[in-house]
Design a protein around this ligand. Structure first.
Ligand SMILES: [Zn+2]
Ligand SMILES: [Zn+2]
Length: 157
């Protein structure tokens, strides 16, 4: 059987990364793991997981429809964690800044500083601040982790 690497691009196999979270066998114990697993849920169109891991006090009535629309029209291409801020973990707050790359008619990115809250034994996604797009250097390794330089991969014009 072929080894299945996790779609969140951690470099780990699915079984050792987001797979058990999406499958309900484990609960992410850090904001970053939750962030990765939510990216994987977007990738796989796992709406139930996205709703289950969003802050119960911050859910909107039309979440399911919005998430379904997003999943249907978006192909996720890569995830880069820029920074995790664990300085407020003891107060039940965690922050993860990330860039998620996608294709929706054309290529785009979501650069966000997400806030996660800890409630009754688990982390939830609360909300996020959208940040200006990151500029990816032409000679940097491509964010899709192909091993090629950006200019020879997704940066090819
Ligand atoms: Zn993963
Ligand atoms: Zn690429």
């Amino acid at each position: 059987m072929e080894v299945q690497f996790c779609c969140c691009k951690s470099g780990n196999t699915d079984d050792n990364c987001c797979g058990p979270y999406l499958g309900g066998q484990a609960i992410p114990d850090t904001p970053e793991r939750l962030m990765r697993s939510r990216y994987a849920a977007f990738f796989h169109g796992n709406i139930d997981y996205l709703i289950a891991t969003s802050d119960p006090d911050n859910r909107q009535a039309n979440d399911r429809q919005m998430l379904a629309d997003t999943c249907k029209h978006t192909q996720w291409l890569g995830l880069e964690i820029i920074k995790t801020d664990d300085s407020q973990l003891d107060q039940g707050n965690g922050f993860v800044e990330f860039v998620a790359f996608y294709e929706r008619k054309e290529m785009g990115q979501l650069h966000e500083n997400s806030r996660f809250v800890y409630k009754e034994g688990r982390w939830y996604y609360c909300d996020g601040q959208i940040l200006a797009p990151v500029v990816w250097g032409r000679n940097q390794p491509c964010w899709c982790k192909s091993g090629k330089k950006y200019k020879k991969c997704h940066g090819k014009s």
